[in-house]
Design a protein around this ligand. Sequence first.
Ligand code: SF4
Ligand code: SF4
Length: 137
Amino acid sequence: MKRLTYLKAIRKFCIECMGGRIYLPTDCPAVKCKFYPYRMGKIPDTKPGATPLKSIRLYCLECVGTSDEVKICSAPECPVYYYRFGKNPGLKSNNPKGNIKALEIIHKRRLGAPVTVQDSTKVSKPIANHRPGQIVV
Ligand code: SF4
Ligand code: SF4
């Protein structure tokens, strides 16, 4: 089965929350709900405080109380289960090295000095505690 995007997952969650009636999330009165800005499955024109993934994380923390409980959530059928850590797990394997160019630019701005980024795929011997995309100054 095709996995839902995080926006569609929130939309599905809201529809389930409203008893399966697709038109009801539109008029949801719970403006403080973490999913409220994304209940229509779209990014709203006015930028909300939290991204959709961050909103899922916050919602899950509210739902079960602690991050340990979120980790062991026993409801894989929940529409947002796949995104409950506030990340998109599907993106991990697409970019195992990290965005090296972007990391270099970020560190250049922060440190004001040129830096090189270690490409772990070209390292013949592993460096102790080295992580892919780690910046070596
Ligand atoms: S915004 Fe919150 S309360 Fe409203 S439908 Fe979605 S999950 Fe339910
Ligand atoms: S994934 Fe688990 S913790 Fe998150 S909202 Fe669903 S049931 Fe709650």
